[in-house]
Design a protein around this ligand. Sequence first.
Ligand SMILES: *[C@@H]1O[C@H](CO)[C@@H](O)[C@H](O)[C@H]1NC(C)=O
Ligand SMILES: *[C@@H]1O[C@H](CO)[C@@H](O)[C@H](O)[C@H]1NC(C)=O
Ligand SMILES: *[C@@H]1O[C@H](CO)[C@@H](O)[C@H](O)[C@H]1NC(C)=O
Ligand SMILES: *[C@@H]1O[C@H](CO)[C@@H](O)[C@H](O)[C@H]1NC(C)=O
Length: 408
Amino acid sequence: MHFVKMTGAFGISTFMIMLLVEIQQLSTVAATGTADLNHLVNGTSLKFNNQSDKCTLPGLDKCSCFWIKGDPRELLDSITCNGLGFTNMSVLSSVGDTVKTIVFTGNDLEILNASVLSSATNLRSLDISSNNIKTVMPGSLSGLPRLEELILNNNSWLVDEETCPKILQNIPLKKLYLNNAFARNYNATMKYVTDLRTLFGSCVLGSLEVLQLESNNLYFVDSDIFCNMPKLQTLDLSHNKISELPCNGTCLASVQDMFLHDNRLSHISHDCISEIKKPELKLSRIKLDITDNPFTCDCDILDQYEWLVDNSTSTHVYKKDKLLCRFPNKLTGQAILNLQKSDFVCPSYVSGNNKLKFLPIIFSLLFAVVAFGLLLLVFSKRHQIRNLFGGRQRSASRLTAGYSSMDA
Ligand SMILES: *[C@@H]1O[C@H](CO)[C@@H](O)[C@H](O)[C@H]1NC(C)=O
Ligand SMILES: *[C@@H]1O[C@H](CO)[C@@H](O)[C@H](O)[C@H]1NC(C)=O
Ligand SMILES: *[C@@H]1O[C@H](CO)[C@@H](O)[C@H](O)[C@H]1NC(C)=O
Ligand SMILES: *[C@@H]1O[C@H](CO)[C@@H](O)[C@H](O)[C@H]1NC(C)=O
């Protein structure tokens, strides 16, 4: 959406086209539910290029430049270099301090050394998606004291515990897009968790309002991380493998929208439900997308069911009538809200408040023990038993032999 900022630089006709694109984006967002800005932004930048002017700066002739008031004699406002095979950003070294937006996507940077952008001291938005970035050099963004939006989608970023403090901490970032941003070559699945915690650990991002972490194979997200992001309003964790809702209302103090579409939530825990119901927490009034999760409709989902059916709660659960049971098998595909409280049962040995429910199991165990004992007995006496039967058989065959010899 950062393209909106550029509209000032265009004539009325361009503005109208932008408006149409925006409306299209908004309706797509409304239709899909999750604001998948990654794809939308990429899609828009392509359309956007058609409306652009050729850059006159050396080395940038294939890029698109946009000037304040749309006039090349005016000050340069933004630059887009998409899919041009650049291996470093040095062509941008003298863009100057009027530039507010740089889109440098689909090239092949591997290492981001944005110190080359140090002439762009007024840069507000930097989109470096799809650049195969593995390393972001420490301090590489520190020459951009006004950077509010950083888009690092679709890269292979190898992060460690120094990453956030050294790279992101002292920038007034409001929007950080890290969809499918991290390296995939880790072995252990839990490594991703460690790395997200490692990345944000104690790193203070005091201005951050929007954080997107879609499609990163995340298994667990610790709410504590967000205690250092006191202004965070939108948290997008869609398309991961998260099985627990982050729900610490103290840390998620300003969050208004939380997206967990397509994850591995089987229940929202009892503790989370009680936290999210506390009226004094802003968390109780969030808009929450938990669609496309494999809910297990057993006794443990009762809290969640009661919370969902209660129309007096202030939480806005997106498409709550479309939340489906994945398990148990007999309820697969049923909408949670179409079921009755009595449908949410646990197998008796799981709930087990009532001792009577254990009786069938105790009887089966007893039966198994007795049967095993009998088998052992038979086995230990097998010689006697064989003699018993074998003896009769032998005497019988002797008799037969006797008759045959007599016949012969
Ligand atoms: C990053 O860029 C700065 C300025 O151009 C340069 O001094 C530095 O050596 C570069 N670092 C790397 C690792 O390329
Ligand atoms: C992601 O980046 C790679 C190059 O690093 C590119 O080939 C691919 O098309 C990008 N995917 C999207 C969805 O932009
Ligand atoms: C993954 O694990 C295997 C064996 O455990 C190891 O040989 C390999 O180097 C590991 N790869 C990475 C990227 O850590
Ligand atoms: C939320 O996190 C803070 C800081 O880590 C912690 O002190 C607090 O106990 C947590 N609250 C809940 C309900 O877990």
